[in-house]
Design a protein around this ligand. Structure first.
Ligand code: ADP
Ligand code: MG
Length: 167
């Protein structure tokens, strides 16, 4: 059974962090995750949840000005991009572009549209929609075989994912 889409509601910031730890468990080496949603939706908070679950105890700054932050763990390296301030897609090339996307790295990318044409295909696209102070609606779509298996694992593992689910 392959899963292409999951949708669920998140009621608190803490639940977003829990979703991050569920996501951390299913992220395969080499995967690329696009994060979409307006400013303040919770994209960075989600990445913070992923990094905390992997054992990162320091700060997780939004890479608004640095554009990318790197986090190294025993067996994996995570890149967290925030391309909100990327002037043009070509600028990603000057930053080292495709060198980031290796078989052993995992990438989370906020504002991927700002580098359209210069990024690899997303395995997962996560859209976070603001629904009020603390409430968010999350939609996850997979567009690769790797993404599908990650999404299937997430569906099995994740107690949060209770609302509507499409297959
Ligand atoms: P983005 O990276 O999408 O611009 P951030 O994660 O930086 O958003 O900010 C989200 C803000 O919303 C934070 O101030 C956080 O405390 C707040 N927040 C409130 N409820 C939630 C929630 N359910 N999930 C994520 N963030 C939440
Ligand atoms: Mg952010």
């Amino acid at each position: 059974m392959s899963v292409h889409e999951l949708m669920f509601e998140i009621k608190t910031e803490d639940e977003m962090m829990q979703f991050g730890s569920a996501l951390a468990k299913v992220c395969e080496p080499g995967c690329v995750v696009f994060l979409e949603g307006e400013l303040g939706a919770g994209k960075t908070t989600l990445v913070r949840g992923v990094l905390r679950a992997l054992g990162h105890s320091g700060a997780v700054k939004s890479p608004t000005y640095t554009l990318v932050e790197q986090y190294d763990f025993d067996k994996k390296r995570i890149y967290h991009f925030d391309l909100y301030r990327l002037g043009s897609p070509e600028e990603l090339e000057y930053m080292g572009g495709r060198d980031y996307f290796q078989a052993n790295t995992i990438s989370f990318i906020e504002w991927p549209m700002n580098a359209e044409g210069y990024l690899p295909e997303a395995d997962l696209t996560i859209v976070i929609e603001y629904q009020g102070m603390d409430q968010r609606f999350v939609q996850i779509n997979s567009s690769t075989t790797l993404g599908e298996s990650m999404l299937s694992a997430l569906k099995k593992d994740n107690g949060l994912v209770s609302a509507s689910q499409a297959e």
